[in-house]
Write a protein that binds this ligand. Structure first.
Ligand code: SF4
Length: 419
């Protein structure tokens, strides 16, 4: 029997146009052959400019390449240029995206400085207005975007689907020989809303390469079905995200399950993970999860990865968990600085293993690895660098000494003068 090689890796990215989102010298491309972009959204009151600017800075430092913020009332629109200015003064050049609903046409027209300071607008066609006003108000927003040369995301959400369009698709379905299910009608309404509004925006003068689409739903299977079909029917870049994903592990797992399937099929040009933060929780978590989805799938590299075993009955002390946690945090905290000083460091792997069973083996596969002593083993932790044992750590200062080895490795292997 002839054996064929086992294929690996994601499908080629779906062909889409490239959209440029820009602030000053900072250019973010979405679509085409550009890497999948990670974005996030603030949850502060935009009118509170200082608090919002600080959160945007934190999201950008965590790695968010675009940050969206709601523009819901005149006070928010007024705050936008001030927020932009504060960020520029802090050296934060992340492009800002304004999220508009209901009154976007008024705000964009009445606050031209807001319209200018934003790098992209998000328009939800289900929340633009009703009846005859709908077309006029949509046209007003597109006209502002075209005048300021800003890209737009036509962002459909099933929680705010255009009811007139849904009624039309239901009527069309009623006369079918074999009517679709309610779920299929919903899918069709979401996709039609996105594509028809994009076409309308083009007719109104917005360039084709200024349009990104999204159709967000909260069910994993629904999201996969909708985006597979949306991807077939148009070549606009697609913004992926499971809306209202939820809190904690549920939100992370649901987002990962949905996005991984689509990304593996080459669908999706930018992602946002819509996590509900725990009370007082850190908003940057959604950025970390987005990056980790892309990095663990091998689509992008953001930060050195820690490979750690789960631990078992052979690891009865907490040293192992503490070291794994400490190293992961240490690596992520260093990245804003390391990105500038040590190009390529994001590809580094560090193994932190709990005992001799898989410890030395896994550590040898990583750039740097440590195999901690399991229960009953002699209290020594061999360290491996590029597959070779270089040291054995003992005593109270294992964590600090291991960190030092990692830092020396980074300086030696990724300093600009060495690469
Ligand atoms: S490497 Fe050792 S401690 Fe870690 S899971 Fe395997 S047997 Fe348990």
């Amino acid at each position: 029997m002839t054996q064929t090689a086992i294929p690996s890796g994601p499908a080629d990215r779906r062909a889409s146009r490239r959209v440029l989102i820009q602030h000053g010298e900072r250019k973010i491309w979405v679509g085409g052959d550009a890497p999948v972009v990670v974005q996030s959204m603030t949850n502060t009151d935009t009118a509170n400019a200082i608090e919002t600017a600080i959160q945007i800075r934190d999201l950008a430092r965590a790695g968010s390449e675009l940050v969206r913020l709601t523009v819901d009332r005149p006070e928010s629109a007024e705050a936008i240029p001030y927020i932009r200015d504060q960020l520029d003064k802090m050296g934060v050049d992340v492009p800002l995206v304004g999220d508009f609903h209901y009154n976007g046409h008024t705000l964009l027209q009445d606050y031209p400085e807001c319209a200018k300071a934003l790098s992209k607008y998000r328009i939800n066609p289900g929340n633009v207005g009703k009846g005859a006003k709908r077309d006029t108000q949509f046209a007003q927003m597109i006209e502002v975007a075209a005048r300021h040369d800003k890209p737009v995301r036509i962002g459909v959400n099933w929680g705010s689907l255009d009811q007139a369009l849904l009624a039309r698709i239901m009527d069309e379905n009623a006369v079918r020989d074999n009517p679709w299910t309610a779920q299929q009608v919903m899918y069709e309404a979401l996709i039609t809303s996105a594509i028809e509004n994009a076409q309308r925006a083009e007719e109104l003068g917005l360039a084709r390469d200024k349009i990104i689409l999204s159709c967000k739903v909260s069910g994993v299977q629904d999201l996969i079905a909708v985006y597979r079909e949306l991807g077939k029917r148009c070549d606009y870049p697609l913004h992926l995200g499971l809306t209202e994903a939820g809190m904690g592990s549920k939100g992370i797992v649901a987002s990962t399950a949905a996005l991984s399937v689509l990304l593996q099929e080459g669908i999706g040009d930018t992602i946002r993970i819509s996590l509900t933060p725990e009370p007082g929780g850190d908003r940057t978590k959604e950025v970390v999860v987005g990056q980790e989805i892309l990095q663990t799938m091998g689509l992008r590299k953001f930060t050195p990865m820690v490979i750690a075993c789960p631990g078992c009955g052979r690891t009865t002390s907490t040293t192992f968990q503490e070291l794994a946690d400490n190293i992961q945090t240490f690596l992520r905290d260093q990245m804003p600085e390391w990105k500038k000083l040590y190009p390529g460091v994001e590809a580094m792997n560090v193994a932190v293993m709990g005992c001799i069973v898989n410890g030395p083996g896994e550590s040898k596969h990583a750039n740097i690895g440590i195999s901690l002593p399991g229960t009953g083993e002699s209290p020594a932790a061999p360290v491996f660098v590029d597959g070779a044992k270089v040291a054995t750590l003992r005593g109270e200062r294992i964590v600090e000494e291991f960190q030092e080895i990692v830092l020396n490795y980074v300086k030696k292997n990724y300093s600009k003068e060495y690469v």
